[in-house]
Write a protein that binds this ligand. Sequence first.
Ligand code: GDP
Length: 507
Amino acid sequence: MTSNRRTFAIISHPDAGKTTLTEKLLLQGGAIHLAGEVKARGQARRARSDWMKIEQQRGISVTSSVMTFEKDGITFNLLDTPGHEDFSEDTYRTLTAVDSAVMVIDVAKGIESQTKKLFEVCRLRNVPIITFVNKVDREGRSLFEILDEVADALALDVSPQSAPLGMGGLFTGVLDFADDTVAKPEGDSREYRGKREPLGDLPDDLAEEIELVREGYPEFDLEAYRNGDLTPVFFGSALKNFGVEELIDAIAKWAPPPRPQPAGEEQISPERDEVTGFIFKVQANMDPNHRDRIAFMRQVSGTFKRGMKLTPSGFGKPIAIHSPILFFAQDRELADTAEAGDIIGIPNHGTLRVGDTLSETNKVRFTGLPNFAPEILRRVALVDPTKTKQLRKALDDLSEEGVIQVFYPEIGAQWIVGVVGQLQLEVLISRLDAEYKVAANLEASPFATARWIKGAQKDLDEFEKYNRATLAKDRDGDLVFMAKSPWDVGYQQEKHPELVFSATKER
Ligand code: GDP
């Protein structure tokens, strides 16, 4: 049986057109009926949830969501990745839950920093990529320049599937190489509304450019694409609707159905009968009327049915999933069944944690969802010292969501939070205040980074005995070495070859 699920993310640099493209994809899929609705709804939702003030102030998307739409019998699950570079950790986790990605680049700007970083994450996991070169209705770089830049910057073969006929003021449509038709602009807005014409005569220089683009690059090769060695490239304009149809069709036709997922030595196939999945994200207070938290589970295998009992690996006892949520264009829908590749939102009160495996037998453990060593460490100082209990609860909750990491030093009373990016600290302070009514300040800490320590219990005990001043426990009670500098890490590692000082922790 081949699956009709396509679970993917869009990676891009801010402003390249991800939001606009998302809208158009949802529109094509019939999930929403008015362009502009994604942002409009998003804003309405944000305005209601005042806990995410930063999102409004900075105009960036801090939270990530899931959008499901259908077209021609294929179910597309689009996972939104937060675009800001400070959120690499969250973004990384989201990318562990997809089978492929669409990379959007601005035809005038080419590969930008954030695109490159996200691409590297995809490459680590061999996530195949379809490239969408956006904004060809405006002036941009030449086709060769863009194609060669993608090929060089990312060390990928590029296989163009279409080409704009002119750009900016000279733009007269997009030529689809598959059938030699041209999608034409119409009306005052010069958008694509479905009008296609056979390719006629072109001016000589344009004809020559197109010919060279068609001949000068590799043919599409499904295996090379699926291995992450080749990217098909579509040119288009999300704003004016060019190339969107072709992109959806390409995802349907080429993007991989749900892939097997690593679980230690094993690979769990989507065909396995047992329902399994892993939590890649936990988000609190999505709906201000329900102070719940939603754990996002990427289903890996089996057919999920509402009410089913699954055992979370971090909890150990089965829980009945009575009100799972499927995300249909940002509206919550009750799910009755779900398949491998689907994302299910599971409301809970803290039972489910990022990295948890859920399964029927409790025998599977998915691997590869790491915590990253924090690069910024701060002490949390309470303004009102009687609020210690609330602070502890808040820090535990927020670390469980993956917003921050928390470290409780073995000596001394001041708790330490660790983040990968500065913006996470602002989110922390804002949410402490808004959700937990705790006023706190962040102060410098003597530590520069942290390492999880692994080893035989007796070696750990021995190390602990002599290094209490630099040791802390994380939320799970695991031992963490707080280092004053990266050099410090190297020094301890050399002195203690029996222990492993790890920059990531896999749950
Ligand atoms: P995001 O930050 O990647 O989500 O980008 P947005 O979708 O918000 O787009 C950034 C800006 O580029 C907005 O002003 C869009 O209207 C504009 N934009 C997006 N796609 C196109 C396009 O195809 N052509 C033109 N001319 N502008 C576009």
